[in-house]
Write a protein that binds this ligand. Structure first.
Ligand SMILES: Cc1cc2nc3c(=O)[nH]c(=O)nc-3n(C[C@H](O)[C@H](O)[C@H](O)COP(=O)(O)OP(=O)(O)OC[C@H]3O[C@@H](n4cnc5c(N)ncnc54)[C@H](O)[C@@H]3O)c2cc1C
Length: 806
């Protein structure tokens, strides 16, 4: 066994084998994999191993396309062919109009990744899958490349290719401890000796937290028991003359594929069970949990009703095994929060289909620092401190119960809520707030107009449209107040802060006391990494403010670039403060009534910050606006938040102060051309492509990404972010919707909503540069309908910013 390697991958399931193989493909041959037993002896060996192209966003679709192409190439390798039923086709069923809308949207989104799905009616479903009845069926989504693969052969094929490229694999070699050295390299202790390495990768499947504990971290991953059965031969399958397409059913929560001349049917029962919560037997290897078909009778009946042939055939095998889940259903693939030179590829609940793609994206991150797609949807840093084992278990159960029921727009499910609250949460609940969840934080979406108000979730405008319209009118006419919980903020102190920020940010960093500025952080390729509001407080403290979910991500990036000589200290204040946003023309009057300072436009113009009292509550107030109205962000320590709220509420009573929420903010920020991190600000694009030219100073001196950005500027943009006016009032454009021209995809929507002040259905989209000119007519594919749209100037509301500066 080697005593030294560049990378040690821990775990020889699909996650580890794919990572190892892709590391060699990226050019790193000095890599090893250690496996406590045989390859595939964890979950992988008994997987149903379906391989779909369907995903909830373009990154997931793209990585699954990679899996499919890779598996096809492996299956066709004459030296080591493997069994892959490629392109049997698959149907996701639907019995509601909203589900069908969802499929139309996902088809539009996948089209932008070169993947062609088809939305078909019930009769066509039955024509393609002769075993199903059309009772209670509206139709479905057809995935032509759906199939299944032999999981053990797949891993062996990847391992073989990795070995041929120089990688080594040590079987029956359990990792027993991990020690990080002061230079951030690792010592991997195993049953058979020690390997020193630069980088470790946790790919330990359901034993993820045994490895996590060795490095002092807890990963938000929990295992669930999951069952399928295999039937005897079914004559109708042989008679059909073709392989049965796969089925996935959100109506009765099962999947089904052909296995030999019978069926394999797997279940996502409501009465589901977590597994291994109190530790895992060290001898549980190549093992299964006891059969428990009684638990799945609720969903079994639905499967039998859909496929009556099941009632006439015997079951010969039941498989019940552990499968890992995270808080939001997507895996954790990327850097381990708070650690250096440590990565993970864990929490895979559909790891056979996705594993090829995840290993590909992880290897790119390890070798190049970044992958070809924005990987935020699988980034392990997307959950912060609240992501403990109990919350993960609740979300895992909920997610399992809803396996094939995708989230509708603005749908936030109830398990594990509330996780993170402020002292105002119960106050706002009493006001009738409908909450959404942002990184665990409860955040007001809107105030319900009546206690029995109920939102119909789907992909079209609904009854909340009028509620938001009223919010916007109130803010524009007078004033509104909104709590922004979880807003991320770091306090930076030390003599080196501004020099450090100058190196991290690609534009001007305000240095004067009392000034606020917006800055963008790039990666070494010149692509957008983070967005920060920099505020210079009077006492020399500098606040770095960013999106609610960015705390671990941004801290990681800042700390990574902090040298011992920088004299900069960074402290997170995210959980200590909450921001109240006061917006609208009367907001100055309200603030003046509760605070002794001079709030006139001369004394405190746009983009200023000061410390003051709001009533009796100490506060940091910034004159910044995300709404396009005169506005103040008021940051208050949580223990005095309610006091500030009461003071502002009392002062606002004379001005018709109106409580609003995130849905009004979303509408207003689109009218102003303001962007959201990880919706519109993506690592796949540089600041010029994203329309942030005014925030770049290439001539200011060195900053991270400068040289690469210069080169990119010379090469010209690959895409451009534009604002679109969409000529339809039934539905907004959704993130991922394809922008099309003459049947070709020329762009992808990142955000969309109705702009109530300008009376337009607005969207942002990255489009090919030749279609970015104002006035260009395009179509946006919205829930199945190509909808006429036109490129307009960004920020159609008050383009002179006269209201913000008032
Ligand atoms: C019943 C069932 C059906 C499924 N069907 C599908 C499907 O149709 N399609 C799909 O895509 N997915 C499916 N899945 C999920 C899929 O099988 C998993 O996502 C995938 O196999 C997980 O692979 P992994 O490599 O992450 O974990 P594992 O396969 O569990 O591999 C982890 C490896 O790490 C090793 N290890 C652990 N600790 C150590 C240590 N200390 N030292 C060294 N090695 C260690 C283990 O021995 C193990 O081999 C199914 C799962 C189940 C249970």
């Amino acid at each position: 066994m080697k005593s030294q390697a560049r990378v040690v991958v821990i775990g020889g399931g699909i996650a580890g084998c794919s990572t190892l193989y892709h590391l060699t493909q990226e050019g790193w041959a000095d890599v090893v994999l250690v496996e406590r037993d045989e390859l595939t002896s964890g979950t992988t060996w008994h997987s149903a191993a379906q391989v779909t192209n369907f995903g909830m966003n373009q990154t997931m679709v793209g990585l699954k396309s990679h899996s499919i192409a890779l598996y096809k190439a492996l299956s066709e390798d004459p030296e080591y062919p493997i069994n892959y039923h490629h392109a049997d086709g698959g149907i996701r069923l639907a019995n509601t109009a909203a589900q069908m809308d969802g499929y139309r949207h996902f088809a539009s989104m996948a089209k932008g990744m070169g993947v062609e799905f088809e939305v078909i009616d019930a009769a066509e479903c039955a024509r393609r899958h002769p075993l199903i009845s059309t009772d209670n069926l509206l139709g479905g989504l057809w995935d032509p490349l759906d199939g299944d693969i032999d999981p053990a052969q797949l891993c062996q094929a990847l391992a073989r290719r990795a070995r041929l490229a120089g990688a080594e694999i040590y079987r029956h070699t359990a990792v027993t401890d991990l020690i990080q050295k002061p230079d951030n390299s690792w010592v991997v202790q195993t049953e058979h000796g020690t390997i020193e390495c630069d980088i470790v990768v946790n790919a330990a499947g359901y034993r993820v937290n045994e490895i996590g504990a060795m490095m002092g971290v807890h990963h938000p991953v929990v295992s669930m028991e999951h069952q399928y059965f295999l039937t005897e031969d079914i004559p109708a399958i042989k008679e059909a003359g073709h392989r049965m397409p796969l089925l996935r059913c959100p109506i009765s929560d099962y999947y089904c594929r052909q296995e030999k001349n019978g069926l394999l049917v797997g279940f996502y029962e409501q009465d589901c069970k977590t597994w291994g919560m109190d530790g895992i037997d060290p001898h549980f290897t190549n093992a299964l949990c006891p059969d428990d078909l009684d638990r799945v009778t609720d969903v079994l009946e639905g499967a039998f009703a859909r496929m009556p042939a099941l009632t006439e055939t015997g079951i010969h095998t039941v498989v019940n095994g552990p499968i890992t889940y995270t808080i939001d259903g997507a895996p954790l693939v990327g850097p381990i929060p708070g650690k250096r030179n440590a990565f993970c590829i864990i929490g895979l609940r559909a790891g056979l289909g996705e594993g090829g793609g995840h290993g590909w994206l992880l290897a790119q991150q390890i070798v190049h620092g970044e992958a070809c797609y924005d990987t935020w949807c699988i980034d392990p840093r997307r959950f912060t401190g609240h992501a403990n084992v109990e919350l993960t278990a609740l979300k895992a159960v909920e997610d399992y119960q809803n396996e094939f029921r995708f989230h509708f727009l603005h749908e936030h499910r109830p398990a594990g809520r509330p996780a993170k609250t402020t002292p105002l949460t119960p106050v706002l609940a009493a006001e009738g707030a409908a909450f959404s969840v942002v990184n665990g934080w409860e955040r007001v979406d809107y105030i319900k107009p009546a206690p029995d108000f109920h939102e119909t979730h789907g992909f079209r405008f609904n009854e909340v449209f009028d509620v938001v319209a009223r919010d916007v009118v109130a803010i524009q006419g007078s004033a509104g107040i909104c709590e922004v919980s979880g807003f991320n903020r770091f306090a930076l102190t030390g003599s080196g802060v501004h020099d450090f920020l100058d190196r991290m940010i690609c534009g001007h960093v305000p240095r004067s006391v009392g000034r606020v500025g917006l800055g963008y952080l790039l990666n070494h390729d010149g692509m957008l990494k983070a967005e920060a509001t920099i505020a210079n407080l009077p006492d020399g403290e500098v606040w770095y403010g960013s999106a609610a979910a960015s705390e671990f991500h941004d801290m990681d990036w800042l700390q990574m670039h902090l040298g011992p000589d920088n004299n900069v200290q960074i402290q997170s204040l995210t959980n200590d403060y909450t921001a109240l946003v006061l917006a609208g023309p009367r907001s100055r009057d309200i603030l003046s009534a509760v605070s002794r300072e001079d709030w006139s436009a001369d004394a405190f113009p746009w983009l200023r910050v000061r410390r003051c009292f709001v009533g009796i509550a100490p506060a940091v107030v910034m004159s910044v606006s995300f709404s396009g109205e005169l506005a103040y962000e008021i940051h208050v320590p949580n223990n005095q938040l309610y006091a500030a709220w009461l003071a502002l509420g009392a002062a606002g009573a004379d001005h018709g102060l109106h409580v609003f929420g995130a849905r009004a903010v979303e509408s207003m920020r689109l009218e102003k051309g303001y962007l959201h991190w990880k919706a519109d600000i993506l690592t796949e694009f540089d600041p010029f492509e994203t329309g942030l030219d005014r925030f770049v100073r290439l001539d200011k001196g060195p900053f991270i990404g400068r040289d690469a950005l210069r080169q990119r500027q010379q090469n010209g943009p690959h895409r451009r972010l534009v604002t679109l006016r969409i000529d339809a009032d039934v539905a907004p454009a959704h993130a991922g919707s394809s922008v099309v021209l003459n049947d070709g995809v020329v762009g992808t929507v990142t955000s969309g909503d109705w702009g109530h002040r300008v009376g337009m259905n607005l969207a942002y989209a990255f489009v090919e540069p030749e279609f970015s000119t104002i006035g260009t007519a395009l179509n946006v594919d919205i829930v199945g309908a190509p909808t006429p749209s036109v490129v307009i100037a960004s920020g159609p509301y008050d383009p002179q910013n006269s209201r913000v500066r008032a």
